[in-house]
Design a binder for this molecule. Structure first.
Ligand SMILES: [Cu+2]
Length: 341
């Protein structure tokens, strides 16, 4: 942690007097502009990063705040102001030097131009277009619009409410996402989509080839820690049960569609520790392991290893079974835990 005094002494922290209730602060793709939207001010303020650095070098301050943080002169650091409309919140960018600001009160998205080098001074910081969206837009996302490599083409308006827009399924309605085409000069609404979770916040839209998901875990890797645990791995051949006083430790293999071992015996009072390895190498071949009376239910992705443990306190015969519909023999994928007195 950097203490406030150190930040001030080392020249790391400066303030700027933004007009009204600043909300979203969004950096342009090349890091040259900082867009601040003022929620209660119909303008978006665009600060030039080079102007900020120059003002710091020239000690162009209008004073200090009560903690001693230098306050930069507003006029010295502002590159432009754009009258975007009522209730500006967040801004995203495209690959043509345009910015897109969500307008919460007005329920719209404003498109406007950045300054040099994207647009000549005469065309800079001008409102270009506005598109009405359905209702209560908060955040918005353009394709890679938060990165150094924005793609343009599409924008998603993340609307917090969806009043009357989709089939009513209860008091809580889905959020309404609206897809807008931004490849032309004018924005165009393409589609609505209900999304069934709480208020959408920062989200990223990236090209599919940016996502390099691994489909199968390297055997023995735990999804929880993303670490390999060689001591917990069990293939079908080395699956085993090891007993010591008060403990039954099981190395269990899981593959379509059986558990090895499929019978475990224990004594009342024993702690049962089960290391489970799903040794599937087929993407999507997930298995589960549930021991209902012990409140145990885990999901194992292909290759994954995980450990569960519980104490058996009553004699009886308990089933454990797979909870994923893994094959035609899924219903056979079960075993028995026999607890003796
Ligand atoms: Cu299964």
């Amino acid at each position: 942690m950097i203490p406030l005094e150190t930040a001030i002494a080392e020249g790391l922290l400066y303030l700027v007097p933004e007009p009204r209730s600043p909300h979203g602060v969004d950096i342009a793709p090349r890091g040259d502009y900082i867009t601040v939207s003022g929620k209660l001010d119909p303008h978006t303020t665009v600060y030039g990063f080079d102007r900020i650095l120059k003002a710091i070098d020239a000690k162009n301050f209008e004073g200090k705040d009560r903690y001693g943080i230098p306050v930069l002169k507003f006029d010295a650091v502002v590159a432009g102001k754009v009258e975007v409309g009522a209730g500006p919140l967040h801004t995203q960018y495209d690959n043509q030097g345009n910015a897109y600001t969500s307008l919460y009160l007005e329920s719209a998205v404003a498109k406007w131009t950045l300054g040099e080098p994207y647009h000549a001074a005469a065309d800079a910081f001008k409102l270009v277009d506005k598109v009405s969206i359905h209702y209560n837009i908060g955040h918005l996302a353009t394709a890679q619009g938060d990165t150094m490599d924005p793609q343009g083409k599409y924008l998603v308006a993340m609307n917090k409410w969806s009043i009357d827009r989709h089939t009513n399924v209860g008091p809580l309605h889905p959020q309404n996402f609206q897809l807008i085409v931004i490849s032309g000069q004018k924005m165009e609404l393409l589609a609505d989509m209900p999304i069934g979770f709480g208020e959408p916040h920062y989200a990223q839209m990236v090209k599919a080839d940016v996502i390099k998901a691994h489909e199968v875990y390297e055997p023995g890797v735990s999804a929880a820690s993303n670490q390999k645990n060689p001591d917990a791995i069990a293939g079908e051949k080395d699956a085993r049960i090891v007993r010591r006083p008060g403990v039954v430790e099981v190395w269990m293999n899981v593959i379509r569609s059986h558990f090895t071992p499929d019978v475990i015996t224990a004594k009342v009072g024993d702690r049962v520790i089960v290391h489970l390895t799903n040794s599937e190498q087929t993407a999507d071949a997930t298995h589960g392991f549930a021991v209902p009376t012990k409140n145990v239910m885990v999901s194992l992705d292909p290759g994954e290893t995980t450990t569960v443990q519980f104490v058996v306190d009553r004699p009886g015969t308990y089933s454990y079974y797979c909870t994923e519909f893994c094959s035609a023999l899924h219903l056979e994928m079960q075993g028995w835990l026999i607890v003796e007195k």
